[in-house]
Design a protein around this ligand. Structure first.
Ligand SMILES: Cc1ncc(COP(=O)(O)O)c(C=O)c1O
Length: 413
């Protein structure tokens, strides 16, 4: 099956041809149409009238893309104060920014209170709460809960085990309820892990924090207090999926399962989500020159200008499942069966993006389109070997427009 962005990516690559200089050995792209479709599908899946889909900045922090997300009425989740600044610069309304850093400094919290009153800041533990309390008048305060559930997230992205550094363990139920009684906490937050294929673990986690919220609200009522836990921040974590007729089958199923399990989430609570990878993965693609090709036995080794600098996790952990589209003189090559290693440009032995995949015979001067680079790629740009970040282009295929969003640059010089 052809990737849905196949035609667009070919077209966009050819559109940029005239303006490319010799230094433009690779280019990055965001598809506004694909991002739109993804955001629409997210909203459709949840169908909640009081929801802030705060897209995780860490998965794609390009300022133009953040501005676009905000212009569409979506929020942003910041994992650091620097990401709060990015959200601010993108024009995100304070009440749509969520600040989730697990290691906040007091001056960072003060910065949020002064410049973004109404922002939701999630304490990572009961101990950390005391740093937030002086700002309770300006900021909305949440508490991250470690739900202590198993998920199928790969171990590096698993954050819900017994000894996770993230969140107050739900086993400390009494301590959590006491903290909620004593302090103006209005949200509970859970993010069970990333790259989850199966959402059952995430559902179990959400059921747990929902029950905790109900228990806390009953305790607040028993103590004659009007305050309540009003907001549940459900985190992100789903693997990317291709849309089908504008719908996202997996996200639809996740939200539908939650709704059947906990219909009260749609009536009694404000919700926040924080999907990063899911939102961005399929809305980005990239282009690299094939600098040259070596024959090694029955294999070809093609040297690209994007490697572990751009696709850090792919080189260090495992390939993400990019759709590779080799082109020659702007035309897609027919599929082929030559076993191929794709070597990146970094000067270290592990810099391969794939090994042994089947591609047509390649040659110097060909180009390679990489479909599926929207998340955790530009965001993870590595300074190892100090390569420059390629120019980023925004593509509106429907309107026939391609514009440069940022030039090639070296953030380290
Ligand atoms: C608190 C929090 N929210 C959201 C995300 C985004 O996760 P994903 O990109 O898997 O949706 C992360 C990822 O690390 C996270 O730590």
């Amino acid at each position: 099956m052809k990737h849905p962005l196949y035609e667009e990516a070919l077209w966009a690559a050819n559109q940029t041809r005239k303006g490319r200089g010799p230094e433009d050995s690779a280019l990055l792209f965001v598809s506004w149409n694909a991002l739109d479709a993804q955001l629409d599908a997210l909203q459709l899946a949840w169908g909640h009238s009081r929801i802030n889909h705060a897209v995780a900045i860490k998965s794609q922090p390009h300022p133009s893309i953040l501005r676009y997300i905000v212009s569409r009425g979506f929020g942003l989740e910041a994992a650091t104060i620097e990401e709060v600044w990015l959200a601010r610069a993108a024009g995100c309304p304070s009440e749509c920014i969520v600040f989730d850093s697990p290691v906040k400094r007091v001056h960072e919290i003060a910065d949020c209170a002064q410049n973004n009153p109404g922002l939701l800041v999630n304490a990572n533990s009961i101990e950390e709460l005391k740093r937030l309390l002086p700002f309770a008048g300006e900021l909305r305060i949440g508490l991250r809960i470690n739900p202590m559930v198993e998920t199928d997230a790969p171990s590096v992205y698993q954050v819900s085990g017994d000894e996770s550094k993230f969140g107050e363990a739900i086993a400390n139920r009494e301590g959590i309820i006491e903290a909620i009684l004593a302090h103006p906490i209005e949200a509970l937050h859970v993010h069970s892990g990333s790259s989850m294929k199966d959402f059952e673990g995430a559902i179990r986690a959400i059921v747990r924090i929902y029950r905790l919220a109900i228990e806390a609200n009953a305790a607040l009522a028993d103590h004659g207090m009007d305050r309540r836990i009003t907001t549940l921040d459900l985190g992100g974590g789903l693997l990317p999926e291709l849309l089908e007729n504008g719908r996202a089958p997996k996200m639809d199923a996740y939200a539908a399962r939650l709704r059947s399990e906990l219909p009260e989430l749609w009536t009694d609570f404000d919700l926040v989500t924080e999907f990063g990878q899911w939102t961005h993965f399929h809305s980005g693609y990239a282009l690299s020159d094939v600098e040259y090709v070596l024959e090694r036995g029955s294999r070809q080794v093609a040297y690209l200008h994007l490697g572990a600098d751009f696709l850090l996790r792919d080189a260090y952990v495992r390939p993400r499942g990019i759709a590779w589209l080799p082109t020659r003189s702007g035309v897609a090559l027919p599929s082929g069966t030559v076993p191929t290693d794709l070597a990146g440009p970094l000067c270290f032995a592990g810099d391969y993006l794939e090994k042994g995949i089947e591609l047509p015979a390649l040659q110097e001067g060909d180009e390679m389109l990489l479909l599926g680079t929207g998340s955790n790629a530009y965001a993870l740009w590595s300074r190892h070997t100090s390569r420059t970040i390629p120019a980023m282009y925004g593509v509106d295929f429907k309107q026939g427009r391609v514009e440069e969003l940022s030039p090639r640059f070296n953030p380290f010089l």
